[in-house]
Write a protein that binds this ligand. Structure first.
Ligand code: PLP
Length: 401
């Protein structure tokens, strides 16, 4: 006699900042382009059809940030996009500009902190406050000192932090940088499609995006800028694709999926932001009410509607992530890096430096990130799992070294 298979347990996927599941619209568009094939540079009918799909996707990504589609350069992701434009020699709206120093906030993603094509000794870090917001006064002071030395700055400031969701005052910082003739890049990977960001609103010269953070396929991204802004030395030269800014045959299905995801996110942006803010509130209230020592990092700042970085004092994030995983709740440690290892978080360390909290105080930081596929049941599953795991792990006797 055969027994019916057990119903799969419900999984609460709360790791949209790591990667957001593929939206159904993006999946359909991706598969259709994959089936159709064609090289977007071929002149025959199949090539022209691929080109038409690619250009439609470019228009959809442009629509998300309200720019001329010619200002969208497709890349393999946001890391490549940052590398393409973090270079001292630039053209800004057709005007050659050479920058001397790259300023980055202390909480940038590692793909920006590396400085890419700037020499390492030309990369400087601007501190943040206890909530993780850039210290505008420190930025102003540094800009004034650089101007006095006749040096031109390039600022790279993210729109929203991937670990805490804290929003940065990009437009205010950009005004200050532009006032001294500098250039501004904004990594809007976590903000785009979640809050209303446009190139003009950010007052940035370059914005970089990643498809998979907004429900598109992995391995697709873009630089968004004025059509005549670029690095004078392309990261990848080659066959002249992407108006000479990025050589190599375009990954048309991935770009088409990116376009569909961008369109979907833009269409539902305000309703989704409201819905996710409600879910975030439900999660945060549940955490601080049921687990009394827990606190929310960056709670004093404006944040993304989808991100909660909760700190559970006395716990190790890695242990809690595993306990939650066993309870079918998928989250990341606040400090998880791309290899999946948990180290100390440079973001929480930078915030701690301003507020006097050492690394031990934030070792139990867990990031919950919601998205288009999240609902109340996911939040409630996470709260129930936390309610079981946190007291159990906290009551463990300390290991003797
Ligand atoms: N910038 C931020 C803020 C991110 O969160 C990430 C990915 O986690 C990246 C850049 C890199 O994106 P990609 O994986 O597309 O290179």
């Amino acid at each position: 006699m055969s027994t019916a298979p057990a119903a799969p347990s419900k999984v609460a996927y709360l790791d949209h900042n790591a990667t957001s599941p593929l939206r159904p619209s993006a999946r359909a568009a991706f598969l259709e382009a994959l089936e159709a094939g064609g090289n977007a540079s071929s002149v025959h009918a199949d090539g022209r059809a691929a080109r038409a799909r690619l250009e439609r996707a470019r228009g959809q990504v442009a629509g998300l940030l309200d720019v001329d589609p010619r200002g969208v350069t497709f890349t393999s992701g946001a890391t490549e996009a940052a590398s393409a434009i973090l270079h001292p020699d630039l053209e800004i709206a057709g005007r050659p500009v050479t920058c001397d120093v790259l300023l980055v906030s202390a909480v940038e993603h590692p793909c920006v902190l590396s400085g890419h094509r700037f020499p390492t000794d030309k990369v400087e870090v601007i501190p943040v406050d206890g909530d993780g917001v850039i210290d505008l006064k420190a930025l102003e002071n540094r800009l004034a000192a650089l101007a006095a030395m006749g040096l031109r700055p390039y600022l790279s400031l993210m729109a929203a932090n991937n670990e805490t969701g804290v929003l940065q005052p990009v437009a205010e910082a950009a005004e200050r940088v532009h006032a001294v003739g500098g250039v501004v890049h904004c990594d809007a990977v976590q903000a785009a499609g979640r809050v209303d960001v446009t190139l003009a609103g950010l007052k940035a010269d370059f914005v970089t995006l990643s498809a998979h953070k907004l429900g598109g396929p992995q391995g697709a991204g873009a630089v968004v800028a004025h059509p005549d802004s670029r690095a004078r030395v392309p990261l990848m030269a080659g066959g002249g694709q992407e108006r000479g800014r990025r050589g190599g045959t375009q990954n048309v299905p991935a770009m088409v999926g990116f376009g569909a995801a961008a369109d979907d996110a833009a269409t539902h942006l305000s309703a989704e932001a409201m819905r996710l803010t409600g879910l975030r509130r439900r999660l945060e209230t549940g955490i601080v009410e049921q687990l009394q020592d827990a606190w929310i990092a960056g709670a004093g700042a404006a944040r993304l509607p989808n991100t909660v970085c909760a700190v559970f004092p006395g716990l190790k994030a890695e242990t809690l992530v595993i306990a939650l995983d066993l309870a079918h709740v998928r989250v990341s440690a606040g400090s998880a890096c791309s290899s999946g290892k948990v180290g100390s978080s440079h973001v929480l360390a930078a915030m701690g430096a301003a507020s006097g909290l050492g690394p031990e105080a934030t070792a139990g930081a867990i990031r919950f990130s919601l998205g288009w596929s999240s609902g109340e049941e996911d939040v409630d599953l996470a709260l129930a799992a936390l309610g079981r795991a946190v007291p159990r792990l906290s009551s463990r006797p300390a290991r003797v070294a």
